[in-house]
Design a protein around this ligand. Structure first.
Ligand code: PXG
Length: 456
């Protein structure tokens, strides 16, 4: 029986602003505007409290990859809730859902033989920090502490995750960040590199890692972390030269390579992991989101043999873990989710069918007068809104053009996320060709409306 009472939009909005603080939100501003109240979802669509049907171009928050309303996932949760709703993995205990899911995950990622479970992507990245430091202690190189990350990278909102992330405003608001984390520039060719070719730019930005290591001292650097494709930073797809060079530099200096797979993991690139897409071999991979298609919270760190053999040596206790590390219900839902991805060949479908179709359709938006660049890969897309197409001049950020576009999208039946003036698409994998057509047609219409509202 549903625990949620029936109320109308105004009632929900009022209670929401009275009692509910939203993530990454200007509370006062939201209370003035009122939230959009989403009440149900099915397939690739969500419905709001007024009954409006909206095509979800963001798969929730980059996570509902198998689409909404999958009974298999609900059944898996129900069965597990009845059999063993909770038990922990501390104090020499374990349970089949966590054991079996860890086995299945390592089967998907050759070279990785252990998994540490967490409740979220942020906790996964905090775990990564702790593991990196522990690894180098056990290797008798405790001075290797510095983790190099990237400006405009996103790794979560815990103190560790936010410190790894490269958002200046976030760090400023925090006042202090976790020590021994430093940031280099991102491989954002459209935004920061147009005076040289993408390939040269990719190499130049990778070389900043080498420069940072030399500046800090090679014996002090522990690891490099990056999202294979930056998500929250604006779907930043690195030039082809970038990741191979990063791998080369990590190998050369013997530092650990971490790919944050929280968004890329479980198929969005058309491969199971972003590292696989780029042909690189990370030592650690934080995962979350798509592991359960967002139906229940779960995260984890995939640990390569190279790291696990050190952690599993004569190491003593690793003082780290969460009440919900390997939550049985989450693990069961994750297995049902992996089963759907495999049986319906959803990852292959992105590589061979709907991925190329989406990219071909999205590319057509380049002809819109408001669009400076369209880029994409697999089931990722980004549309850069510009004031002047020829010179790529951007709008004054105070105009909030991206936000205006996002609002037009919601009012006209699609979800696109705005990162500044970059519109983002990351849809569920189950989209049909007809739904891709619908998404792109509506996007064009919303670009028209945005252009009119910007001029008006
Ligand atoms: N790493 C990456 C690459 C992420 O995208 C996290 C870690 C943290 O995961 P949790 O589960 O702790 O949120 C993320 C999360 C956005 C947006 O606006 C993106 C995320 C979260 C919230 C908003 O694009 N990514």
């Amino acid at each position: 029986m549903s625990q949620v009472p029936q109320r109308n939009r105004a009632e929900w909005q009022q209670l929401d602003s009275q009692h509910h603080l939203h993530p990454f939100t200007d509370f006062k501003d939201l209370a003035k505007k009122g939230s959009r109240i989403i009440t149900r979802a099915e397939g690739a669509y969500i419905w709001d409290v007024d009954g409006n049907k909206i095509l979800d171009g963001m798969a929730g928050l980059w996570c509902v990859n198998v689409g909404y309303g999958r009974k298999e996932l609900a059944d898996a949760a129900y069965q597990q809730l009845m059999e063993l709703p909770y038990y922990n993995n501390f104090f020499q205990t374990s349970h089949p859902p966590a054991i079996e899911l860890s086995r299945q995950l390592t089967e998907l990622a050759p070279g990785f033989d252990q998994v540490f479970f967490t409740g979220s992507g942020s906790e996964a990245n905090d775990t990564v920090i702790r593991m990196i430091w522990r690894y180098w202690q056990l290797k008798d190189q405790p001075n290797r502490r510095v983790i190099i990350s990237r400006k405009n990278g996103y790794h979560g909102s815990t103190l560790g995750g936010a410190s790894l992330g490269g958002f200046e405003a976030v760090h400023k608001q925090m006042g202090a960040t976790v020590p021994d984390i430093t940031h280099i520039n991102q491989p954002y060719w459209y935004g920061e590199g147009q005076d040289i070719s993408p390939e040269e730019f990719g190499l130049a930005r990778a070389n900043e890692l080498r420069e940072a290591i030399e500046r800090i001292g090679p014996d002090k650097v522990a690891a490099f972390i990056g999202e294979p494709i930056q998500g929250a930073g604006g779907v930043i797809i690195p030039p082809s030269t970038y990741w191979p060079e990063i791998q080369k530099i990590c190998d050369e200096y013997g530092i650990l390579l971490v790919t944050d797979e929280v968004i890329c993991g479980f198929g969005r690139t058309g491969k199971w992991f972003g590292a696989e897409y780029y042909g690189i071999k990370p030592d650690l991979m934080p995962v979350a989101k798509g592991i359960t298609s967002g139906y229940v919270p779960l995260g984890g760190v995939m640990v390569s043999h190279k790291v696990s053999e050190v952690l599993m040596g004569e190491a003593g206790e690793f003082y780290h873990g969460f009440t919900y590390s390997g939550h049985p219900v989450a693990c069961s839902v994750a297995m049902a989710n992996l089963k759907i991805l495999k049986e319906e060949k959803l990852v292959e479908r992105i590589a061979e069918d709907v991925g190329p179709y989406l990219q071909q359709k999205l590319a057509g938006l380049k002809d819109h007068p408001l669009v400076g660049e369209v880029r994409g890969l697999g089931f990722f897309g980004a549309i850069e809104l510009v004031k002047d197409k020829a010179s790529h001049t951007r709008f004054d950020s105070a105009q909030g053009v991206g936000t205006q576009c996002r609002d037009h999208c919601f009012s006209n039946g699609i979800v696109m996320r705005a990162v500044g003036d970059t519109m983002i698409i990351a849809p569920p994998f189950i989209l049909t060709h007809a739904q891709i057509d619908e998404l792109v047609e509506k996007a064009w219409k919303c670009l028209d409306l945005t252009q009119a509202s910007v001029k008006g």
